[in-house]
Design a protein around this ligand. Structure first.
Ligand SMILES: *Cc1c(COP(=O)(O)O)cnc(C)c1O
Length: 391
């Protein structure tokens, strides 16, 4: 349920919102007070709850793999599926709530909304429940029923819109009626503390401290909101590390074209079945200038690598983790060809269970003309001989 705004001016688009002085709070001494002091008590309580959640949570593991074909090159995978809500969006949701609270945009009893049909909605619903707030995820009506159920199981509501292109407008509609718009695509890049506070880059570098190649040659990630790549790219510069950042993306994505042309209006030239990455357009959080390379990965290769990850780790991860693995192997083959040694780090971004009826279902893949088997053969050959192979 959406609750009415408690404060005048709250319902406006946050971007153009200016504080409004409530005449009811006009004090006798002539000082104009904009905020109700009781709000501060709730704010402190809410920020305290987020801090408690952080303290209760363990850091995610950095898992190491060695492959016969790559002597002297160490591979590490940060297991972001281990978060309580199963993906790297747990970090983002925590940051978005903290950012909204500390900016005075989220107040006691206020409803929360965001446009998301994926892992973000699940993580945001989880934190809304922690804070005792009502949460609505705006989703396209075609969203998989399992995801709708996951949000609802956490107490969130799903507002389904027929036209996927209208989710942002619909979220703005909720915001105009008093809800706080967490705005993952608009704010991901700035809501995360890029200098530290155990952001994903600081965590990775700390976990590598005792390894042979503690400063990796490459860190590889995908781009959905762009928040993860922005944080890693900024942190590498800030810490004056030689490590380069590679963004692994589905072939022809908006990020791929935008990176090449630096055109903020660039669009994807082909759709993808890999969720969480491969956005159709250049999102506001895409910081191209901190990216050193972009790997374009066909969907069939990502799915083959996703299956390979299951064999390597004995558990399932999602498609974007497969995209990352493909890019890691390409970079490693280049390093090997140049006689370089070192380490490559990437992310296991979410759990594979959610894709049992899609990416892990051969019939579903066949209906979309996707056959990962030739790519699987090429990837296995690469692990064995250290050369890049294509089907
Ligand atoms: C969001 C997401 C990404 C990309 O991360 P961003 O920080 O949003 O760019 C990659 N994989 C999965 C599964 C995701 O949900």
């Amino acid at each position: 349920m959406i609750q009415p705004a408690r404060h005048p001016g709250e319902g406006r688009d946050p971007a153009c919102q200016r504080p409004t002085i409530d005449p009811g709070l006009h004090r006798d001494d002539g000082v104009l007070a904009g905020n109700d002091p009781s709000d501060r008590a709730w704010l402190h309580e809410a920020i305290g709850r987020l801090a408690q959640e952080t303290a209760r949570s363990a850091d995610t593991h950095l898992l190491k793999l060695d492959f016969a074909g790559f002597p002297g090159i160490d591979f590490y995978f940060k297991d972001e599926a281990a978060h309580p809500t199963g993906s790297l969006k747990h970090r983002l949701a925590r940051s978005l709530y903290l950012y909204a609270l500390c900016n005075g945009r989220l107040r006691v009893g206020q409803a929360v909304v965001d446009a998301s049909s994926g892992s973000t909605a699940i993580a945001e619903a989880w934190f809304a429940r922690l804070l005792g707030l009502d949460f609505t995820a705006v989703m396209p009506a075609c969203t998989a029923p399992a995801k709708i159920r996951a949000v609802e199981a956490l107490g969130g509501a799903c507002d389904l819109v027929d036209d996927p292109a209208t989710v942002h407008a619909r979220a703005a509609w909720h915001a105009a009626r008093g809800a706080c718009h967490l705005d993952q695509f608009g704010l991901a890049e700035r809501a995360t503390d890029w200098r530290g506070n155990n952001n994903i880059a600081e965590s990775i570098l700390g976990q590598l401290a005792r390894e042979e190649h503690a400063q990796p040659a490459w860190i590889v990630c995908g781009a959905g909101t762009g928040g993860t790549s922005a944080t890693i790219g900024r942190y590498l510069r800030y810490r004056r590390l030689p490590t380069r950042l590679c963004v692994a993306e589905p072939s022809g994505s908006g990020f791929v074209h935008g990176w090449r042309t630096r055109d903020p209006a660039a669009c994807a030239s082909q759709p993808t079945v890999i969720e969480g990455i491969g956005r159709p357009r250049v999102e506001p959080g895409f910081l191209f200038d901190v990216v050193d390379a972009v790997a374009e990965v066909p969907d069939a290769a990502s799915i083959a690598a996703m299956n390979l990850l299951e064999d390597l780790f004995g558990r399932r991860y999602g498609g974007s983790s497969g995209t990352n693995l493909v890019a890691c192997l390409q970079l490693a083959a280049d390093m090997r060809a140049r006689g370089e040694r070192g380490s490559i780090v990437s992310l296991l971004s979410d759990r594979g269970e959610r894709y049992a009826e899609t990416l892990f279902d051969p019939a579903w893949l066949a209906a979309r003309g996707l056959d990962p088997r030739p790519w699987r053969g090429a990837l296995d050959a690469c692990l064995a001989d250290g050369h890049w192979h294509t089907p």
